[in-house]
Design a protein around this ligand. Structure first.
Ligand code: FES
Ligand SMILES: [Fe+2]
Length: 334
């Protein structure tokens, strides 16, 4: 098993290909479905440059669209969450209904061939699974097929009963695949996360690849807030279990050398007395997350400078890296 060719991490042409063959064709996890529980509530997101939003219509139906005006292509909604009755383009004020219909093109003028019903927003796919929201621009398979063996893996974990209390977006200067390579192995824990290392039985750390996901487990020692199980799902989302809840994240490429990670933190017990303990869990969790960014950025710079040729992957610890990279190779047709 050899690491991926470093050029695949830095080439802008590869970045564009990944957008088309991975991010436009695979389901993307956008965090808790509760964000779009109420009528008019929406989530607008960037998927490797593709702008989309999901919205709960006044008819109660969840839909998703490209976040692009049909007139001259302006972006309709700012990224993030919100609520609206109709969607008004900030550019020339066209107004769309929450089911995508063009309602009004003010001051457009008389044009006999122009019919508003010909210019609805371009609809994409939306789905909910166990309390999580997903969208897909041009899916190659249905959501359950993409999730694969994860469905079974999480069958006994009551994830839909946890409620998201906080979201956090972090970004760093490395290709999304360098960060993913890092996420799907525990090999770097002794070097990069000394406190975390001390809090698990590292000798018993296990990494296995399954259809659609990579599982990492380690028996926790006293005082670790994690429950000793970390999951990464193709192509770019994660779910980690911690005491009384979990986090999810989406790893989103912004540029070949820039990645953002959008976290949500969920808990079973939302009582005010547990407020401090929840904040503490989130802070400790984010501290571990941030420990990875510098090493990823430095690795990226080595790849970018042509300073590295692909090296060998550990059979003991890097099965997850291999699984991820094989799927990338397959998607890029290599
Ligand atoms: S681009 Fe939206 S109204 Fe012109
Ligand atoms: Fe790490």
């Amino acid at each position: 098993m050899l690491n991926l060719d470093p050029r695949l991490y830095v080439d802008p042409a590869v970045f564009g290909r990944e957008r088309d063959t991975i991010f436009a064709t695979a389901w993307q996890m956008l965090g808790p479905a509760a964000q779009v529980a109420g009528r008019g509530q929406y989530v607008a997101a960037d998927l490797a440059g593709i702008k989309v939003f999901a919205i709960r219509g006044r008819d109660g139906v969840l839909r998703a669209f490209r976040n692009v005006c049909r007139h001259r292509g302006a972006k309709l909604l700012e990224d993030g969450t919100g609520r609206c009755a109709t969607i008004r383009c900030p550019y020339h004020q066209w107004v769309f209904a929450d089911d995508g219909r063009l309602l009004n093109a003010p001051w457009f003028g008389e044009e006999p061939g122009f019919r508003p019903e010909d210019w609805p927003l371009e609809e994409i796919h939306a789905a909910e699974w166990r309390g999580l929201l997903f969208v897909a621009v041009d899916p190659r398979e249905d959501l359950l097929a993409q999730l694969g063996a994860l469905v079974e893996e999480l069958a006994d974990e009551p994830i839909e009963t946890y409620q998201a209390v906080r979201s956090e977006t972090v970004s760093f200067d490395a290709n999304w695949k360098i960060y993913t390579d890092n996420f799907v192995e525990g090999y770097h824990i002794p070097g990069i996360h000394p406190k975390f290392f001390a809090a698990i039985d590292f000798e018993a750390f296990e990494t296995t690849a399954h259809k659609g996901f990579v599982r990492m487990t380690a028996p926790p020692r006293e005082g670790l807030f994690y429950r000793g199980k970390w999951l990464w799902m193709w192509p770019n989302w994660t779910l980690s279990l911690f005491a009384g809840g979990m986090n999810t994240s989406r790893i989103n490429p912004v540029a070949p050398a820039r990645t953002e990670q959008l976290y949500h933190f969920y808990f079973a017990d939302l009582s005010p007395e547990r407020d401090e303990s929840r904040s503490d869990t989130i802070a400790r969790n984010l501290a571990v997350v941030r420990e990875d960014y510098e090493i990823c950025a430095a690795t990226h710079r080595n790849y970018e400078a042509g300073n590295y040729r692909a090296g060998p992957l550990s059979p003991r610890h890097e099965q997850g890296v291999h699984y991820f990279q094989e799927r990338v190779r397959e998607s890029l047709g290599r």
